[in-house]
Design a protein around this ligand. Structure first.
Ligand code: AMP
Ligand code: ZN
Length: 460
């Protein structure tokens, strides 16, 4: 039973996928004119969390994230750096994939590049022209006629009393005060250089909004389940996507819209234009681990603003160490076989918190309370093997969602090699050598135990 806050209806709604057991998910990807910053990754991590929760609930997810590799910003940056558009965007796209991987974000099923999908965009614009929702201008541009769509403003809850039908806006981003006809196609200008495509109404390039309308339809169909982005995408980007998609297909577009709040730095929005942002590489060089960044980003609810500060690093390290120690302690107690596959009662509560609009702060609180209880039990020696096994199962589920427990294999390679040699000696029944290796491991501060489920190494 999943419930999400739907921006479109401004209510927490029961989530019912269009096709039973399957979720189609589209998330707006990065504009690859620079390295993504930790603010962007707050949004991408929230989308990853959503996907993990959907999967945990038993649904199959098809996730599409576009790469905006042509727009006003990419063209400008490429020309400033004397690079071709492709050279610039390929480099930043690769860096983006590397950052996603380092942050343990599950890759999308598809990452369509806008530049490889212009044909579909031209088709959609043609349909909009044919249906009277768009018009051409003398410079070869095509605009969407905002007053031809009655529901314009429904997502951002805006009522436009005085629609300025005669005014147009060519730039991709603009404020709510200027809800004007927006560009679907931008006629070629000399500063665009080599960047253009041929369309029936003249050469030029697509506007940013049509990119997402067209690619989402191409990969997920005209009507799909969930569309996400950061709150700043709500207007005009998502509002315009709805207008374009619904007017061209004549069908509903997306059932559920989810938007994550911004990541702030010292009270202000982290953004490239403000110059107050951290890239993943900068945070890496400050000693942040992926787990620590994940903890910083996931410990706040996705619909509240959170403040990122370098000062929170130590607090994160402490939490992560406690989690890692808990897992190691449980592993060390795993000295008998158990058939138990039961998860503890707390897991149900943990899941409920996540299933009701991704309440990560409270899901974390449930887990931390459980961890405290279990640690006390282990201290008192009153824990049984079934409880250990079910705690380890809970740890696994917890970490599937949060990904904040450091790689549990903290065993140094030297110790692992010794353990392998000892195993070989035991197979050869060379007990003297096996014992010698055991004491060698022991003198290096590690303990080796032979349990019915195999050999276990733990730090003494
Ligand atoms: P962009 O590369 O500018 O197209 O942004 C990619 C994604 O990051 C979009 O979904 C934005 O809404 C989101 N975003 C940008 N800045 C922030 C921020 N400070 N906090 C959270 N999300 C952000
Ligand atoms: Zn988009």
């Amino acid at each position: 039973m999943l419930y999400f806050y739907n921006t479109l209806t401004r209510k927490k709604e029961f989530f019912n996928p269009i096709k039973a057991g399957f979720v189609s998910l589209y998330t707006c990807g990065p504009t690859v004119y620079d390295e993504a910053h930790i603010g962007n990754f707050r949004t991408f991590m929230f989308e990853d969390l959503l996907k993990r929760v959907l999967i945990l609930s038993g649904l199959d997810v098809k996730h599409v994230m576009n790469i905006t590799d042509v727009d006003d910003k990419t063209i400008k940056r490429a020309s400033e750096q004397n690079k071709s558009l492709r050279e610039l965007t390929e480099d930043y796209t690769q860096r983006f994939y590397n950052d996603l991987d380092w942050l343990k974000i599950i890759p999308a099923d598809e990452y369509p590049l806008a530049t490889l999908h212009v044909d579909g965009m031209i088709l959609m614009i043609r349909t909009l022209l044919e249906k009277g929702h768009a018009y051409k201008e003398d410079d070869g541009s095509v605009y969407f006629k905002v007053d031809s769509f009655q529901d314009y403003g429904q997502l951002s809850n805006l009522v436009f009393e005085e629609q300025l039908t005669t005014s147009r806006i060519i730039s991709d981003e603009y404020s709510k005060e200027t809800a004007q006809d927006f560009a679907l196609w931008k006629g070629w200008k000399p500063e665009d250089g080599e960047v253009y495509w041929d369309a029936p109404w003249g050469k030029g390039r697509p506007g940013w909004h049509i990119e997402c309308s067209s690619m989402s339809v191409e990969y997920l169909g005209e009507h799909f389940d969930i569309h996400c982005g950061g709150v700043d995408n709500m207007f005009p980007h998502h509002e315009n996507e709805i207008a374009q998609s619904q007017c061209s297909s004549g069908k509903p577009f997306v059932n559920t819209w989810l938007h994550s709040e911004h990541l702030m730095v010292e009270g202000g929005k982290m953004s490239k234009s403000e110059g107050n942002f951290y890239t993943i590489n900068e945070l890496k060089s400050q000693g942040f681990t992926p787990e620590n960044i994940r903890y910083q980003l996931l410990s706040g609810h996705y619909r509240t603003k959170i403040n990122f500060s370098l000062a929170k690093k130590q607090e994160g390290e402490k939490v992560i160490r406690r989690l890692g120690d808990f897992k190691v302690r449980l592993m060390a107690e795993l000295n008998q076989d158990s058939q138990s596959e039961d998860l503890p009662a707390e897991y149900k509560i943990f899941k409920e918190k996540l299933f009701i609009d991704l309440d990560t702060p409270n899901a974390l609180a449930v887990f931390f309370e459980y961890m405290r209880k279990m640690n006390t039990k282990i201290d008192s020696g009153l824990i049984n093997i079934d409880e250990i096994v079910s705690a380890l199962l809970f740890v696994e589920k917890f970490d599937y969602i949060f990904g904040i427990i450091p790689n549990d294999d903290i065993t140094p390679d030297e110790i692992k090699t010794l353990a392998k040699k000892r195993e070989a000696a035991r197979i050869e029944k060379d007990w003297a050598l096996a014992d010698e290796i055991r004491s060698n491991i022991d003198s290096l501060g590690w303990e080796i135990k032979d349990t019915p489920s195999g050999t276990k190494l733990s730090k003494k």
